[in-house]
Write a protein that binds this ligand. Structure first.
Ligand code: NAG
Ligand code: NAG
Ligand code: NAG
Ligand code: NAG
Ligand code: NAG
Ligand code: NAG
Ligand code: NAG
Ligand code: NAG
Length: 454
């Protein structure tokens, strides 16, 4: 999962990329849109859009920043609203995580940044009006929590992971849920990683790959200062319990900086940042990790590492003559974002990217050397949605993809609202922007000619 940092998609391109374009034209059009409610626009914090037919659920902070769940029958245009007794502050870490277990009960956690665990569960399946707060999961190491994530295990087990501790000093905890007794227990009897009181790990994953392994990439960070990220690291597992290196060497938990497998030993101030290390897979199902680091000219360059027969090989994706100078604490506005290396239906590789100076979009990726060979004519979001509607200076568009499933081919749901940029989690002076309308859009992708459809 890539939710580890509560930062939202989308940087509006300022320049057009210089790479050639490939003529496989895809357009995105709006089929429908539905207002949900006005929401706080003073800073970004991530929400949840979860379609589980016949329902659609949206978890968000409303105009007074109160945690709210909206539910509708997908064939109706009326929302049933449930307000939970949680008001968030200016912290962009306080995102909401929500998932549905195999019996249909809904679980929600959020508004957490080094505070006690917040956890709600519904009393009825698929009924967001019945959320009840539960004061614990397991009952230990729940006083200082951040980054809630629900995920599925190897046999589809319902799993929850979070960080216990703080930036620069934290451990990753994994819990497993028992559907029969409705109770949580530790999946791992030890923390996954141990920062030894000096650092903590920021993860991308675990992501279940086409090879059946769960893959986990991370960077270590020494302090709340983002420039102290270093050492891209990796582990994999078939069961989330026994972990090993890319060459199959067992790892003993908790994994420390000394015992971990280092994919790229990027030093502190070397241009790597948490939240931008993306696990993907190539056409041969080999795992890749995309990230960035500074080159000899101090330009911040995108790289992909690939596990080739037990050894990590590293490839520069493109050449960007620009240095991203980041440091300090709080939620930063990312000047560079990389997506995962992705195998398309035609077998070719692609990767999404955005850069504050060199544009955004989707690259076609060479399968041998993982470099960007061109930019696809691919529109995943209708251009009309990218235009800011509000007139308050500094507003930006927030977009969020559906975490659930929809059964109509070539259409998907996307959540949209507008906020100011993150402010390193600090309050802003008044005046605040007026609330922005939270909407769910139905988007359809059309191909310019049938022949080009992948
Ligand atoms: C893509 O199409 C445009 C016009 O439709 C054409 O000018 C351009 O040469 C084409 N590019 C490639 C790489 O085929
Ligand atoms: C959803 O709405 C449709 C149309 O009003 C109705 O036929 C269906 O029974 C509803 N489903 C549920 C689960 O309420
Ligand atoms: C959810 O539960 C409430 C309270 O029990 C009930 O009134 C409502 O009809 C239920 N809604 C759905 C969609 O089942
Ligand atoms: C929270 O901390 C208190 C005091 O240190 C401890 O007694 C309690 O068990 C902790 N609770 C949880 C849920 O971790
Ligand atoms: C992978 O490594 C093994 C053992 O080192 C070697 O026998 C094999 O030829 C290698 N395969 C490839 C595709 O390089
Ligand atoms: C690269 O830039 C950073 C500032 O972001 C600076 O601290 C560092 O010394 C520079 N490194 C080199 C090798 O020039
Ligand atoms: C896949 O990539 C190859 C090499 O770049 C290219 O020739 C081919 O047209 C691509 N396939 C499609 C369907 O775009
Ligand atoms: C990667 O391969 C492409 C051919 O697809 C070639 O044009 C490019 O120069 C190669 N890049 C590097 C860095 O070797």
């Amino acid at each position: 999962m890539s939710l580890l940092v509560a930062i939202l998609l989308l940087v509006i391109p300022l320049y057009v990329a210089t790479l050639p374009t490939n003529n496989k034209t895809e357009h995105a059009i709006v089929v429908d849109s539905l207002d949900i409610a006005p929401v706080w626009a003073g800073h970004p914090v991530s929400f949840v859009l979860l379609t589980k037919l016949p329902y659609q659920f949206i978890a968000y902070y409303d105009e007074i920043r109160q945690m709210t769940i909206a539910q509708r029958n997908i064939s109706d245009r009326i929302w049933t609203i449930n307000k939970l007794p949680v008001i968030t502050n200016w912290d962009s870490h306080n995102y909401i995580a929500m998932a549905i277990d195999d019996d249909g009960y809904m679980h929600l956690s959020g508004n957490m940044h080094v505070v006690p665990l917040k956890y709600f569960r519904t009393a009825q399946p698929l009924n967001a009006s019945t959320f009840v707060e539960i004061d614990r999961m397991v009952g230990t190491d729940e006083n200082s929590t951040t980054y809630p994530i629900f995920l599925r295990g190897p046999e589809n087990e319902f799993i929850f992971t979070y960080r216990s501790g703080m930036s620069g000093n934290g451990n990753q905890i994994y819990n497993i849920y028992d559907l029969k007794t409705k109770t949580w227990a530790r999946l791992l009897d030890k923390p996954f990683t141990d920062g030894e009181g000096k650092r903590n790990a920021y993860f991308d994953g675990p992501i279940k790959g086409p090879d059946g392994y769960f893959h986990l990439a991370w960077v270590w960070r020494e302090s709340p200062d983002a420039s102290t990220n270093h050492d891209l690291s990796y582990a994999r597992s078939r069961d989330l319990v026994s972990w090993e290196t890319g060459a199959g060497k067992p790892l003993i938990l908790p994994i420390t900086l000394e015992t971990c497998e280092i994919v790229d030993p990027v030093p502190q101030k070397g241009g790597i940042i948490n939240g931008n290390t993306k696990v993907g897979f190539d056409e041969q199902e080999r795992v890749t990790i995309s990230y960035h680091k500074n080159d000899a000219n101090n330009y911040t360059q995108p790289w992909t590492a690939r596990l080739e027969n037990g050894t990590w090989k590293k490839y520069q994706i493109t050449n960007w003559p620009w240095h991203w100078d980041f440091s300090g604490g709080g939620t930063l506005n990312f000047a560079i974002r990389l997506g995962s290396v992705t195998k398309e239906n035609d077998g070719n590789l692609t990767q999404a990217f955005s850069h504050i100076k060199f544009g955004s979009g989707t690259w076609s990726i060479d399968s041998k050397n993982l470099s960007a060979t061109g930019k696809l004519q691919r529109e995943t979001i209708p251009p009309s949605l990218l235009k800011v509607e509000g007139s308050f200076p500094g507003l930006e568009v927030r977009l969020l993809e559906d975490a659930g499933r929809n059964d109509v081919i070539d259409t998907r749901y996307v959540l949209r609202w507008e906020t100011l940029a993150s402010n390193r989690d600090q309050p802003r002076p008044k005046p605040y922007p007026p609330p922005s309308m939270l909407r769910v859009y139905t988007i359809k992708i059309i191909w310019e000619n049938a022949y080009a459809k992948p």
